[in-house]
Design a protein around this ligand. Structure first.
Ligand code: SF4
Length: 309
C-alpha cells in the first residue's frame, strides 16, 4: 500500500509541474513516505532528516516533506524534533501535498495537515507507475479488524471500499495503456464489499477482471482467513486470468496465540481454507506471513506453528 501511495505522490507532483531528479543531481524536494510498522521507523526517519538538515540550512529553497503512517501517528511531534521540515501530511490527504509545499514556500513556515478520515479515495489521484506492465489497483483502504500487533486501523482508518465500476474503469484504462498484470490491493482485500453490504463482492470483482481482454494476470493481497468465503475459491478456480496463488497471512499455528493476537479464526479454519483451495486449484502456490516470538508464545505454541506449516 505504501509503495502504491508513493506512485500516487510521484504522479501528483509530476502533475503539479515537478520532474524526477536524476540519480546524481541535487533534488529541490525530498518526500519521505514513511511506514510505522517496524519499531525502528522513528530512528530511520529522524536519522535521514538530520542528514538533510545541513542542505536545508544552506539552501532555503530546498524542501522536505514527510508523509505516510509515521506522519499520521506523530503529527506535530515531527516538526518539534525537526523544525526544518516544510510539510507533514497524513495518510488521508496525500492529494494536498502540492498545495502544502506551495504554502510552505510562500509563508516560509512549516505546514502540518493531518486528516482523521479519507475525503477522496487515493485512486482518483494521478499516478506515476514504476512498471509499464504491472500495476497495483486499490479496491479498499483501512481495516475494520483489531489485530493487537497492527497499527493499520489507527493510521488508515476503518475500511472504505471503492465502487466496482470505478475499479473496473481503472483496470480497463490500465490494460489500454499496455498493463497485463494487476494486483488488487486492500489491507483486508477479501472483505471488499463490507462498506456497501455485499459479502460476495470480492468474488464478483475477480470474475469481472476475468472478462477484460488483454489482462493476462490478476493477483490480490492480502486476504484475511476470517473473510475468506468459498465463492472466492470458486472465482479463483474458474477465472482464467486469476493466478493460482494465494498469499494468506497465518500469523500463528497456535489457537492461544491467535486469540491473543485477536485474529478471529483458528488453525482448523485456516487449514480448511487451504484444503479447499488445493482441491479446487491443485497447482495453487500458497504463501503466508508468520509472526514468531509473539509476547507470551511458548515452545508448545511455536511447535504448533511448525506443525501447521
Ligand atoms: S487484518 Fe491486517 S490490516 Fe487489519 S488489523 Fe489485522 S493485520 Fe492489521
Amino acid at each position: 500500500m505504501n509503495v502504491h501511495d508513493s506512485e500516487r505522490i510521484s504522479g501528483l507532483l509530476i502533475d503539479a509541474g515537478y520532474t524526477q531528479a536524476l540519480a546524481d543531481s541535487q533534488p529541490d524536494l525530498v518526500v519521505f513516505n514513511t511506514c510505522a510498522v517496524r519499531e525502528n521507523a522513528d530512528n530511520k526517519l529522524y536519522g535521514n532528516l538530520s542528514f538533510l538538515a545541513p542542505r536545508k540550512k544552506s539552501d532555503p529553497n530546498f524542501q522536505i516533506a514527510v508523509g505516510g503512517c509515521m506522519a499520521q501517528k506523530d503529527q506535530d511531534a515531527i516538526i518539534k524534533r525537526a523544525p526544518y521540515v516544510d510539510v507533514v501530511f497524513g495518510t488521508h490527504n496525500i492529494g494536498s501535498l502540492p498545495i502544502l509545499l506551495e504554502r510552505a514556500r510562500i509563508e516560509e513556515a512549516s505546514q502540518v495537515e493531518i486528516k482523521e478520515s479519507l475525503e477522496h479515495f487515493p485512486s482518483t489521484l494521478p499516478v506515476k507507475r514504476d512498471s509499464a506492465f504491472s500495476a497495483w489497483v486499490s479496491v479498499s483502504v483501512g481495516c475494520n479488524n483489531t489485530c493487537t500487533f497492527c497499527i493499520v486501523p489507527q493510521l488508515r482508518g476503518i475500511e472504505k471500499d471503492r465502487s466496482m465500476d470505478e475499479i473496473m474503469k481503472e483496470v480497463r484504462a490500465l490494460v489500454d495503456q499496455g498493463v497485463i498484470e494487476i494486483t488488487l490491493l486492500g489491507q483486508n482485500v477479501n472483505a471488499y464489499g463490507v462498506d456497501f453490504g455485499d459479502r460476495q463482492a470480492f468474488a464478483k470483482l475477480l470474475r469481472e477482471c476475468g472478462k477484460v481482454d488483454g489482462l493476462e494476470r490478476v493477483r490480490f493481497m492480502s486476504p484475511h482467513p476470517r473473510d475468506f468465503t468459498d465463492d472466492v475459491i470458486d472465482a479463483m478456480a474458474q477465472t482464467k486470468n486469476v493466478m493460482p496463488h494465494l498469499h494468506m497471512p497465518l500469523q500463528s499455528g497456535s489457537d492461544q496465540i491467535l486469540q491473543a493476537m485477536r485474529r478471529s479464526y483458528r488453525r482448523d479454519r485456516y487449514l480448511g481454507i487451504i484444503q479447499k483451495v488445493k482441491s479446487a486449484i491443485p497447482n495453487a502456490a500458497i504463501t503466508t506471513d508468520i509472526i514468531v516470538g509473539f509476547p507470551g508464545e511458548t515452545d508448545h505454541d511455536f511447535e504448533q506453528t511448525i506443525d501447521l506449516v
